[in-house]
Design a binder for this molecule. Sequence first.
Ligand code: PLP
Length: 389
Amino acid sequence: MSVMSGEGALSVFARAKELEAQGRSIIHLELGEPDFHPGQSVIDAVNKALAEGKDRYCAVAGLPALRQEIAAYLQRTRNITTVEGSNIVIAPGCKAILFFAMMALLEPGDEVLYPDPGFPGYPSITLGLSAVPVPFELSSRNHFQPDLAEVAAKITPRTRMLITNSPGNPTGTVYTDAVQRGLAELAVKHDLWVLSDEIYARILYDGEYLSMLRYPGMEERTVIIDGFSKSFAMTGWRLGYAVSPPAVTEALAMMAINSYTCVAEFTQYAAIDALRDKEGNTPRMVAEFARRRDQFVRDLNRVPGFRSQAPEGAFYAWVDIEGTGISAEEICRILLDDAGVAAIPGAAFGPSGKRFVRFSFASSVANLKEAAERIMKASAAWQGSPVGR
Ligand code: PLP
């Protein structure tokens, strides 16, 4: 346990809540949580399931009807034609299934390549399993794309897994086709597992989503992690899933038996409804995020010392704050304590995030406008610094 770590987002959230309890007005831009809720038909579906007594222990890997619906959804939205319900295991959140997939596939001493900056769980879980996290940098010089030469150079005989995350948290980068093809070739050549965290696949502002599973040789070595938190604004429902080759699916079902038994039955019925999305909730939410992204990134780029490019996916503004002349930690402290805007210092996502701050723009337009005004006012604190002038 001593080698695992928490999450910057959750600790900033706790501090922001403390300030709120003291009567301060806080704009929460720290958590990666859509400010939407699932549509009425999803609420109706969960109520109906409960009224019908669907509140029992149920199938370990998930309801067959939901697993099949996910396979159809992946075909419809990601052009994945090779997956069936039997390749899918449902879990209480992406994080849980991410953890179990890594636990199933890694031995102590195995090396895991993962994006830096990236989701903090990747290195933390790796360390918790006595495996070795090996970061590859997502650098602004490379538009936050993985550098294929760097990844190749870091592969050793002990490398066992490559983690990809497109669109990525915290940078919002969508890996290019060429990068994904290159990563897939490396995985085949060195016989690596690919853990493709596709939780933001639907929060995409342009083009068609390219899943790692669709590249040659990927079917037998890829575990897709996805779920309902972001694409369907269902964070608190705790619903995620893995898509994997049969042997891994079996292992994940074994993990389920030995830990959570099954996911709540009634939420799974509602999840079927969410996937069908007859009301078009997901595209509407994503169109709204696109509007906010344009406005908020424009506003942030007006702040002295801030520099940000519009993300291609997910709902985070990843801001280079080097021009302010002070540290990201100090910026976030000023923003929270003096301006009431909660954001996360980039180092919470790995050492390469050191000179960045992450803002979530999954907040109302009014909140984002107000946040931008508060940040602009607070920037007086660093405009006097030598680099920030
Ligand atoms: N993976 C990434 C990249 C994330 O950003 C998050 C949530 O922030 C998760 C996984 C966890 O998602 P869930 O809420 O389904 O556990």
